[in-house]
Write a protein that binds this ligand. Sequence first.
Ligand code: ZN
Length: 478
Amino acid sequence: MANVKVKDLLKNEKKKNYVSCMIALHKTAEAVSPFTDGILQQLHQQISQQLGSQNLCQQQCSRTIRDVNKWCVTCGLWRQALKRFHTNPRELIWHKLQSWEWPKQHMNLVEVFMLQHWDKANMDARDLSVSITVWKKCSLFPARIFPFADNLRKSRNKLAHSASLEIDNNDKQTVFHNINQVIQQADMVNYLQNSLEIQNDMNDLENGDLFKFEDELYEILNKTNQVDKKLHTMDSKLTEVHEAQTKTFRTIANIIRALLLFSVILVATIAVKLKEPDISMASGISPIKASGETMGCLQEYSPSFPTSLLLVDYFKHHGPLVGRIWLFKLLEEELKNTKKSGVLLEADMGYGKSAIAAHITCAKEGDQGMELRKRLIAFHVCKFDVKKTHQAGIFIQRLASMISNNIPEFNETINDCLHSFNTEQCDSDPFGCIDKCIIFPLKLTNISDERKEYRLIIIDALDECYETFSFEKTSRDV
Ligand SMILES: [Zn+2]
């Protein structure tokens, strides 16, 4: 069976291109791992020498002591040293790391230079995305390689997005060009185990000579099947999100939970494996506007809340979305039919969750996301490093402001909220605030709660809003 499938697949030029590129990227990831490994080893040696001999940590500081200033001497010194080599130390979530492991082995430092919400249990240091992230976040890696690494990452993501599992000859050439730029880069060459063999493999793959890559070929076919399955279970993770949220307090995640109790549909997009989650949310409100009024990016500014934070610029840099019509169809179906109070969409890094959120928010007539765009009444973007986007008060103000733009009856019921709105007070009592400004006013309107009349609120990267500043602050208070 499988052989027939492979033969069929290779008859199609574009599918063959796709498979050659996937194998080549897989080989590239293997080939560059000694580079990642070698430079992390240098970093480890450099810090070890600088700190001299220190006792090993006996108490798992990062896990057990929330106040980093109270860590043992060893963990404290390693933390200070690692911060100096991190290109953006503000994003580090220390309690998620394993400080006691750092002095033991250089590969234990990978976690410090990864995206902080990646799932470490499923982390593969040989994944190309992990490698490239580590290169860019650790200042010991030569910056000369970044432009090539970025292009390579783009190639990898583009392939990951190809729902048809096909690419044309031009795109194939680009992928191989980007691979060669990285593996032939001067800083990289010294670290390659057998550069001649790697180069030969790449040439064979580029020429479509796949006979010696049978194992990799099957592996890729298997992975593709798994991805299909994953994307079809998109609402199954919602309970987990709820549980994760109970750990946090006074954060946007919890407010969303309060919203959910008000029969609001949640569309959440979360990454698994290499967690880079984004969340989108939809609410059960009508009526739906005529499509003519819903062209382009959703209006954020509302005269009712003139000081409300504007975030649409974070969406504007996304280019046009290609393919994935099936995903929009699936989303529409799920939103109409789910019996749950919400829907969660999850996908690995690089599947373009933010791109989808951006596309729906700014869809124009004829775009794939237009049907969802017509139902959109509000959106929010959580940015890990933009503190304002984590604040409950600002989040509620944005929702109230945009809902008032899109549901006329809502305007007549938010007087109470309007007269006394204060983002700081809202931060200190987010549940009281969301009741007063969103939930009670919505209950007073005549909007239908029929599922087919649902309205949509998109929240991109919800996970970047929790376990951050507000979480750190509050967990110390508790
Ligand atoms: Zn310690």
